[in-house]
Design a binder for this molecule. Structure first.
Ligand code: AMP
Length: 324
């Protein structure tokens, strides 16, 4: 498999979700499914995971229709991973998990083919941290870039195992609450620095409708969120953010500061599509112009005139008001 190719190991799930906009039962979801579909608009993506015998051929077709490479998606006896959650009526960012059934994921051990092991870019999607470590240790040679996502279910239940894998990756994606609970730091810059102090060179803190902060080396970049009015279901927004981010980097190979900044904006664009429908309905059927249009709109939104050579901001100091 080419060094520019992107591998994701993660869950493929049936999600039952209730949001202020409505509800959807047993719909295609999962960290690996959302990520691979979002990334597939930019580069070839291989998905490694497991589904049960109840997994519908039509759902396999949704992944296939985006050209996701599925040789590593096993079907095992038993039921597919299931998750259900409910979002706050006042603040759609607040989510409660009602139920998590690992099902076939309980006995899952990722087994990577030679082609998968040689992928240049790896995303360890939200799943049990020991599985993330297992997948990473199989890679040979080490990918150009390894990133990881997690969630409170694992931060609370398997924090030590998660810390061991975080130390070994380049980029960590977390939402605000996860960054705080993982590090014990309330301040987001302090939380990001605490994570980076253990190994990763970048941390992306996702802040929902407030965009995302990319901590990269000594710099910080603030990627705006696209202000969509159609928030139907936030499930998978984080995975689609990561899919856009990693897909862009794998497609361009540009791991410079400028490349990372663009990747964060592409991530923000893909997250904004994910929230506009339940399941993969919207993010699975995008046109090129829609993605480009939002990227250009965000470029416009974030632009402001820099101070020119020798120019400074207006300033009224003590001396000035004393003399007035
Ligand atoms: P996100 O909204 O981006 O955080 O991702 C939500 C997706 O993660 C849903 O589609 C779920 O199926 C999946 N998910 C929920 N809980 C877990 C878990 N404990 N481990 C792995 N995947 C999960």
């Amino acid at each position: 498999m080419a060094r520019g190719s992107l591998l994701v190991v993660g869950t493929v799930a049936y999600d039952s979700v209730r949001t202020p906009a409505g509800r959807r039962e047993s719909a295609l979801g999962g960290s690996g499914a959302y990520f691979s579909v979002a990334g597939s608009y930019f580069t070839g993506v291989s998905l490694v995971g497991v589904v049960g015998e109840d997994f519908a051929p039509s759902d396999m077709d949704i992944l296939r229709s985006r050209g996701v490479e599925l040789s590593g998606l096993e079907t095992k006896p038993g039921r597919t991973f299931r998750w259900s959650g409910v979002y706050g009526a006042e603040d759609v960012k607040t989510r409660d998990t009602l139920d998590t059934q690992l099902n076939v994921f309980e006995d899952f051990a990722p087994s990577l083919s030679d082609a998968h092991r040689a992928s240049g870019y790896l995303f360890l999607a939200n799943m049990e941290p020991s599985l993330q470590l297992d997948a990473l240790t199989q890679m040979s040679p080490r990918p150009r870039l390894v990133s990881l996502d997690s969630m409170n279910f694992w931060i609370d239940g398997s924090g030590d195992a998660l810390r061991r894998i975080v130390e070994n990756v380049d980029v960590v994606f977390m939402d605000e609450g996860e960054a705080r609970s993982f590090t014990g730091q309330v301040n987001l810059s302090a939380a990001a620095k605490a994570v980076m102090g253990t190994g990763p060179s970048s941390v992306v803190v996702k802040r929902g409708e407030h965009g995302a902060l990319l901590f990269h080396g000594d710099g910080v970049f603030s990627a705006p969120a696209f202000p969509t009015e159609r928030v139907v279901d936030p499930t998978g927004a984080g995975d689609c953010f990561a899919g856009g981010f990693m897909g862009y980097l794998a497609a361009t190979g540009d791991l410079s500061e400028a490349g990372f900044r663009r990747a964060a904006v592409v991530g923000s664009v893909m997250g904004s599509f994910a929230v506009e429908s339940f399941s993969l309905d919207r993010v699975g059927s995008l046109e090129r112009g829609e993605i480009e249009g939002r990227f250009r709109a965000l470029t416009e939104m974030a632009a402001f005139a820099p101070l020119g050579e020798g120019e400074s901001l207006p300033w009224r100091g003590r001396q000035d008001w004393r003399e007035e």
